[in-house]
Design a protein around this ligand. Structure first.
Ligand SMILES: Nc1ncnc2c1ncn2[C@@H]1O[C@H](COP(=O)(O)OP(=O)(O)OP(=O)(O)O)[C@@H](O)[C@H]1O
Ligand SMILES: O=P(O)(O)O[C@H]1[C@H](OP(=O)(O)O)[C@@H](OP(=O)(O)O)[C@@H](O)[C@@H](O)[C@@H]1OP(=O)(O)O
Ligand SMILES: [Mg+2]
Ligand SMILES: [Mg+2]
Length: 362
C-alpha cells in the first residue's frame, strides 16, 4: 500500500514532445499516491548506471537504445521493459503492421473485420504499371512504407486518378480508400484496458467526382486533434460525430486482446473505420505504438492502474516481458503480491446491453 509497502520506480525514456504531453503532474501525482515513482531516464548516461528501475517505459528507437535496453535487461532480469523493441519494430512498417490483423481469428456472428486491399510499391516502374495493382480501385491512399514517427512517415496522399501518381515517392503502400462516413474510431489499449473513441477522418469520396477531381490531395494526421480543439471546428460539427454509433465494445475488446497477444505489446492504439458498403464490416488501417494517451479522459487513472498491475505482475491474459500468462503464473505465485491503493475499473453491462465503466475500490 502507498506509504507502507515497498515503493516502485518506473524509469521513462521519451522524446521531448511525448514527455510534455504524457508526463503530466496529474499522472506523476496519481502514480505517486499509489506507490509508483515515475523517474526520467537521463539519456546522457548509460541506462545500467541509473535506477535501479523496477520497470522501464520507453518510446525511443535506434541501435544504441536497443543495446542499452539489452544491457539493462541482462543486469536486471527482474525488471520489466514496456515494451520490447523487437515487438515495437513490427509497427514501423505499414505492411508488417497490418499482417497481424489478417492472422487474427475472432468468432463473431454479426460483425466482420479485416484490412483494406493494399500493395507495397518499391519503385516508379511498378507505380506506373497499373496492371501490377489493378485489383485496387481509385481512390487510393498512398502512405509511406515506413512508420517511424517522423513527420515524413505521416505524410499521405489521397489519389483520385492516374494524374495523382506523379507526385508519389516510393517506397509507399497504396491502400484502397474506403468510404466510412468521415468518422474514424481510435481504440486505445493499455494492458487489459480498452477504450474506443471517435475522431474526425477524411470525408467520403463520391465515385462520379473522381475524374473531375485534381490528381491528388496531400494531408497529414487528420485525426490527431484533441477533442477540445475540435469542438469549435466547423468540419467537426458537419461530420455529426455525436450521431455516429461506436462499434460494439465487446467486438473491439476482442480485437484489441487478439492484437495485444499476437504483437506482445501492452501500449498501442489502432484506427478502425466502418465500411459504408456493409455497415457491419470494420477495417483496421493503422496501429501506433504508445499513442497520445493524454487525450483519453481519465488517462491518469488508467495508466496508474496499469503500472500497479505490472508491478503486481497480474496483467490480464498476457503478461509483460514477452512471457505468456501460463509461463508467468508459476512465477507470480512465488512472488509476494504487493497491493496498490486506489481504484480499479471494470466494465458493467446495463439492461440495454450498453457497457459502462465503473470504479471499484481496491
Ligand atoms: N484505407 C483508408 N480508407 C479511408 N480512409 C483512410 C484509409 N487509410 C487512412 N485513412 C484516413 O487517413 C488518416 C491517416 O491514415 P493513417 O492512420 O494510416 O496515418 P498515420 O499518419 O499513421 O496516423 P496516426 O496519426 O494515427 O499515426 C486516417 O486517420 C483516416 O482518416
Ligand atoms: O507523441 P507521438 O510523437 O508519440 O505521436 C503519436 C500520436 O500521439 P500524440 O497525440 O502524443 O502526438 C498519436 O496520436 P493518436 O493516435 O493518439 O491520436 C499517433 O499519431 C501516433 O502515430 C504518433 O506516434 P508516431 O507514429 O508519430 O510515433
Ligand atoms: Mg492513424
Ligand atoms: Mg500511425
Amino acid at each position: 500500500m502507498a506509504g507502507e509497502g515497498r515503493r516502485f520506480e518506473i524509469g521513462y525514456a521519451l522524446l521531448p514532445k511525448k514527455e510534455n504531453s504524457f508526463i503530466r503532474e496529474s499522472l506523476v501525482n496519481q502514480a505517486k499516491s499509489r506507490g509508483i515513482d515515475l523517474v526520467k531516464i537521463d539519456r546522457e548516461r548509460p541506462l545500467v548506471d541509473q535506477g535501479p528501475f523496477d520497470c522501464v517505459l520507453h518510446k525511443l528507437y535506434g541501435e544504441d537504445w536497443r543495446s542499452q535496453l539489452d544491457d539493462f535487461r541482462s543486469k536486471n532480469p527482474n525488471a520489466v521493459i514496456i515494451d520490447y523493441p523487437d515487438a515495437i519494430e513490427r509497427l514501423h512498417n505499414r505492411i508488417s503492421m497490418l499482417q497481424v490483423v489478417s492472422e487474427l481469428k475472432i468468432e463473431n456472428q454479426s460483425e466482420t473485420f479485416g484490412i483494406p486491399k493494399q500493395i507495397v510499391i518499391y519503385d516508379q516502374e511498378t507505380l506506373f504499371d497499373t496492371q501490377a495493382w489493378e485489383f485496387l480501385k481509385f481512390p487510393v491512399i498512398a502512405k509511406p512504407l515506413v512508420a517511424d514517427g517522423s513527420a515524413k512517415s505521416h505524410k499521405m496522399a489521397l489519389v483520385f486518378n492516374h494524374d495523382g501518381l506523379n507526385k508519389l515517392k516510393p517506397p509507399i503502400v497504396l491502400q484502397e480508400f474506403v468510404n466510412h462516413g468521415g468518422v474514424i474510431f481510435k481504440v486505445y489499449v493499455v494492458g487489459d484496458y480498452v477504450k474506443c473513441v471517435k475522431r474526425k477522418s477524411l470525408p467520403d469520396v463520391l465515385e462520379e467526382k473522381l475524374k473531375s477531381l485534381e490528381g491528388s490531395l496531400s494531408f497529414s494526421q487528420v485525426s490527431n486533434l484533441a477533442t477540445h480543439e475540435k469542438s469549435d471546428d466547423k468540419y467537426y460539427k458537419l461530420m455529426h460525430l455525436e450521431d455516429t454509433e461506436l462499434p460494439p465494445q465487446s467486438f473491439m475488446t476482442d480485437i484489441a486482446r487478439g492484437l495485444r497477444k499476437a504483437m506482445k505489446l501492452n501500449l498501442f492504439n489502432f484506427d478502425v473505420i466502418r465500411d459504408n458498403r456493409f455497415g457491419n464490416r470494420y477495417l483496421i488501417i493503422d496501429i501506433n505504438y504508445f499513442p497520445g494517451y493524454a487525450k483519453m479522459p481519465g488517462y491518469e487513472t488508467v495508466l496508474s492502474d496499469f503500472f500497479c498491475d505490472i508491478m503486481n505482475r497480474k496483467v490480464g491474459d498476457l503478461v509483460v516481458d514477452g512471457f505468456s500468462q501460463e509461463e508467468k503464473v508459476a512465477e507470480i505465485e512465488e512472488k509476494p503480491v504487493l497491493s496498490c491503493e486506489g481504484e480499479a475499473r471494470k466494465m458493467v453491462t446495463n439492461s440495454d446491453g450498453e457497457e459502462n465503466e465503473t470504479s471499484i475500490p481496491v
